[in-house]
Design a protein around this ligand. Structure first.
Ligand code: SAM
Ligand code: SF4
Ligand code: F3S
Length: 470
């Protein structure tokens, strides 16, 4: 697609700011103080989208609450990646019939990845008649206009057309207070892993202009954010659509030149596109955290092929070996799926053996969940849920032992951490993160929040490290 068709025009974006002003004016004229509840599910990309929704709402005069009962506007910003995530949203939609009965003026809105699925929008149209507005990720930038339409017409609005997708720069954002910030560097996905719904709901891969990304990171660093994560479904293909011969390692190198005390992380990386150059750049750039989230999904070549992942177990292991050779302290995490259709016990144990061989610091583990419309959902799936659960439990046992072992090796050492908030442990009231993003609960005073400090690790378990400032 031509770049000018991908970028939403400045005029079109300026019109959205006018709709925000209209909504604000409407509430001001009624002397009303509108309150919104934005509930986000799913991945960091969705969290970043939720922050844009809040930005547009703040500009429209809204303040925020976490209690839907108090809200004039409730937004469920949804995830479609597994069935469980969808069930939770339908459960929440059910509960909202009661809040709307109490407050018939309440506006209820469903957006995010689920909303982009035709199956879901139809079901909401027919059976969840208290929902006023439904829009998918493609229409996010038009949210002020859609909301205005609801207020003006009091009719239900559905903006769920499927498209390849656009890029809209300059949408206002309400970020979490603190030290962490998310920056989407690209949207969509072209990979069509056979189990995954994301390419169907988020459209084709498209990269933001490097200057826009650099400007955003510069502003974040100046505003005091210290832990910045670059987001994309496969950041390693960043730039492929720009025609500039400018790729993800180039972007990392340029970001690294921004002066300041901060760390850059990124997720996710696809092993089919990870290069030695990426690892070399990570190694030499002081602001780039020596932490890599490199999802492998399965340790068996037949399953990887059926998943359409386009790499082999050996290629994955080779990448890990190289990355560790240039970054000896590298912290490694990954995503894994157990129970892909047709997977046998021996194949699942190949995944377990890869986990043993690599020694990940942490894993995000999932039991396969069929997603209607994807290729894998039509594949025969003979293994029972109980068998899959047994393989999954074995995987967790191996991983938990490994996490505990790697964490124990920190005890007695002094490490640098970024104190990022309070913890729920009264003996260790502060929460902090190592460069590798490992959680360290700390003794110490709240005034340390927001600083990089050296701490001595005194204890550990599977999930966290414990320490005190030195
Ligand atoms: N783009 C990222 C990548 O390829 O690494 C992953 C994004 S996806 C939102 C996050 C993780 O969810 C995937 O890595 C995969 O492990 C898991 N996942 C995706 N579809 C799934 C499904 N149908 N069932 C179970 N897990 C799934
Ligand atoms: Fe889904 Fe694969 Fe794209 Fe990741 S790379 S979002 S798993 S299709
Ligand atoms: Fe993320 Fe879920 Fe959508 S994982 S991209 S919010 S389907």
């Amino acid at each position: 697609m031509k770049r000018e068709n991908v970028l939403v025009s400045e005029d079109a974006l300026a019109r959205q700011r006018e709709f925000e002003a209209k909504i604000k004016e409407m509430f001001t004229s009624r002397e009303a103080h509108p309150v919104a509840c934005v509930d986000t599910f799913g991945c960091q990309q969705n969290v970043a989208d939720g922050q844009k929704l809040m930005g547009m709402l703040a500009d429209s005069g809204f303040t925020f609450t976490e209690d839907p009962k108090e809200a004039d506007l409730v937004i469920l910003n949804t995830c479609a990646v597994r069935e469980h995530a969808e069930q939770r949203v339908f459960g929440n939609l059910g509960i909202l019939t009661h809040t709307k009965k109490e407050n018939p003026e309440q506006v209820i809105c469903l957006c995010g990845c689920m909303a982009q699925e035709e199956r879901v929008s139809q079901r909401v149209k027919e059976s969840y008649r208290h929902v006023d507005l439904v829009f998918g990720p493609h229409a996010l930038w038009k949210f002020p206009e859609l909301l205005w339409q609801v207020y003006e017409t009091r009719k239900r609005v559905f903006a769920v057309d499927n498209e390849d997708g656009t890029i809209a720069e300059g949408i206002p954002v309400v970020r979490e207070k603190g030290v962490k910030a998310w920056v989407s560097i690209m949207y969509g996905c072209n990979n069509f892993c056979s189990y995954c719904i994301v390419p169907y709901v988020r459209g084709r891969e498209r990269s933001r202009d490097p200057q826009c990304v650099l400007q955003e990171v510069r502003e974040l660093v100046e505003a005091g954010y210290k832990d910045i994560t670059l987001l994309g479904q496969n950041v390693n293909s960043y730039g492929n659509d720009l025609g500039l011969d400018y790729h993800f390692p180039d972007l990392l190198e340029d970001i690294d030149k921004i002066p300041g005390e901060y760390l850059i992380r990124f997720m996710s990386s696809h092993p089919k596109d990870a290069t030695n150059r990426l690892f070399d750049v990570m190694a030499k750039c002081p602001h780039v955290a020596k932490q890599l989230h490199l999802p492998f999904q399965s340790g068996n070549d037949r399953v990887l092929k059926e998943m359409n992942r386009r790499y082999t177990r050996e290629k994955y292991l080779e990448e890990i070996r190289y990355a560790k050779s240039v970054m000896p302290g590298l912290v490694l995490t990954s995503d894994v799926i157990i129970g892909f259709p047709g997977e046998t016990e021996a194949e699942a144990m190949d995944t377990v053996s890869l986990v043993e061989e690599v020694g990940f610091d942490a894993l995000f583990t999932f039991i396969y969940s069929p997603r209607p419309g994807t290729r894998a959902a039509a594949m025969p799936d003979p293994a029972t849920r109980a068998e899959k659960q047994k393989w999954f439990d074995k995987l967790l046992e191996v991983q938990n032992a490994n996490s505990a072992k790697l964490h124990a090796a920190y005890v007695g050492k002094t490490v640098r951490v970024l104190v990022d908030g309070e913890s729920d442990d009264e003996n260790f009231p502060l929460a902090s993160r190592t460069e590798g993003n490992r959680l360290v609960r700390l003794k110490g005073d709240k005034s340390l929040i927001g600083s990089f400090i050296d701490v001595k690790i005194t204890d550990s378990n599977t999930w966290a490290l414990y320490g005190e400032p030195v």
